[in-house]
Design a protein around this ligand. Structure first.
Ligand code: NAG
Length: 157
């Protein structure tokens, strides 16, 4: 009787450990896949801007998504579309590139950091260049909930 109970206990315990191990492997694969998807959103952000595809670019954002940038935030799809169209009005020749592999972590949403370089010429052909960092919060639907652009400003020598 005692040995049967022991075998049963052993059986139940091994089932539990196999199952929980499967579950945690599944979750970590899931997290890795989620991080990859979050980075793909940031890469698409750069690609759509370069293609001057404001419709696809805006669709990367949540309906109430916000882009914090100068001079003031762009809020919601309507505000974001105006921001995107404004870029090409101001800077007919514009490109945006990620200069390093984006960094990603997950904590209440996926959070991505990317280093970027913007190159452009203004309407008079004057060249402009700016480097900086973008930070993104990607929601559960893999939409951008908010993003913030930071400019590199050289320290005075
Ligand atoms: C991966 O993303 C899905 C969809 O947002 C979410 O339901 C799931 O909890 C995420 N998994 C992990 C481990 O973060």
């Amino acid at each position: 009787m005692g040995s049967k109970l022991l075998i049963l206990t052993f059986f139940v315990l091994s089932c539990i450990s196999v199952c929980s191990c499967r579950l945690s492997t599944h979750l970590s694969n899931d997290l890795a896949a989620n991080k990859t998807k979050a980075i793909e959103v940031v890469e698409a952000y750069a690609r759509h801007l370069n293609n001057h595809d404001c419709v696809s670019w805006v669709n990367l954002f949540a309906e109430d998504g916000i882009k914090y940038d100068e001079p003031e935030p762009s809020v919601g799809h309507k505000g974001l579309k105006a921001f995107c169209e404004g870029i090409y009005e101001e800077l007919p020749s514009f490109f945006y590139t990620l200069t390093e592999t984006p960094l990603v972590t997950s904590s209440k949403g996926l959070r991505v950091l990317s280093k970027w370089l913007i190159g452009a010429a203004d309407k008079n052909g004057k060249p402009l260049g700016q480097t900086g960092i973008g930070s993104y919060i990607i929601n559960n639907d893999f939409k951008i909930q908010e993003c913030t652009g930071y400019d590199d400003i050289p320290l005075p020598q």
